[in-house]
Design a protein around this ligand. Structure first.
Ligand SMILES: O=P(O)(O)OC[C@@H](O)[C@@H](O)c1c[nH]c2ccccc12
Length: 264
């Protein structure tokens, strides 16, 4: 059977973390991230205080779309997202599949000091959570389908222990059932991680399997302001959008246009 993309990514991530650990051990990493202690911004509060709460993503390429904005200046995009009403920013740090990097994360942090930032990564090891903090993230994505129930709980606790928030991503009712009660936000990904195809009606079908009081984020395949309004009507609090912004010449202006259409 052909290997799922997500399985291939998970294997790559394990090798990547093993190599990083050779250079910079986990104890050194934890000490460094604690030494540079900065005030963590609440991504969750920002979602709840924005009437149209968009987590605007920086994405250079993807396995499904190929190149989107390979030469993007992440600092410029971060400044533009902050200036044009983003509730938060998501920075893809994966290199082999999405063309991002840890440098992208730290450059976004410097360029947009008041904007909550999510490290968008395939987390398979707590090491990646400490690295997220070191480079200035406020929150991390935890993908339920890549983790055992036990690891999901542990990683959620570790993130909280070092002051970061968590967005737990699910794809099914079974995964929704294992989301830790104190996860800060729960996301439904409209992208099937085996095929990478998107279908926004997936969010609509699954929303009732999330706890009523969860902060709910719809992720992927959102291409128009109308998509946002439809998902908002169903009860979603926030919207994670990458391609629809990054495939335009000015991601910040496109974000602004989406918000103004939604608010009109
Ligand atoms: O570019 P889009 O379709 O707007 O999607 C953004 C974001 O939701 C997507 O990058 C994403 C969310 N979770 C993921 C997990 C794996 C790969 C990709 C993703």
């Amino acid at each position: 059977m052909k290997e799922d993309i997500i399985q291939k990514i998970a294997a790559t991530k394990r090798r990547e973390v093993a190599a990083l650990k050779q250079v910079f051990g986990i104890t050194d990493l934890i000490c460094s991230s604690e030494a540079g202690n900065r005030e963590i911004l609440s991504l969750r509060d920002s979602i709840l205080s924005h009437p149209v709460a968009i987590i605007a993503e920086h994405k250079r390429r993807s396995p499904s779309r190929g190149e989107i904005a390979p030469m993007s200046d992440v600092g410029k995009v971060a400044t533009a997202y902050a200036a044009n009403g983003a509730a938060a920013m998501s920075v893809l740090t994966d290199t082999p599949f999405f063309g991002g990097s840890l440098v992208d994360l730290s450059m976004a942090r410097v360029a947009a000091p008041s904007l909550p930032i999510l490290r968008k990564e395939f987390i398979v090891d707590e090491y990646q959570i400490h690295y997220a903090k070191l480079l200035g993230a406020d929150a991390v994505l935890l993908i339920a389908s890549m983790l055992s129930e036990e690891d999901l709980k542990d990683f959620n606790d570790i993130a909280h222990f070092i002051g970061l928030q968590t967005l737990v991503e699910v794809h099914s009712a079974e995964e929704a059932a294992i989301v830790p009660k104190d996860a800060d936000m729960v996301g439904i990904n409209n992208r099937n991680l085996s095929t990478f195809a998107t279908d926004i009606s997936h969010s609509a079908r699954l929303i009732d399997s999330l706890p009523a009081d969860a902060v709910k984020i719809a992720e992927s395949g959102i291409h128009t302001p109308d998509d946002i309004l439809q998902l908002k009507g169903l009860g979603f609090d926030g919207f994670l959008i990458g391609e629809a912004f990054m495939s335009t010449t000015s991601p910040g202006d496109t974000l602004k246009e989406f918000i103004s259409v939604c608010e009109s």
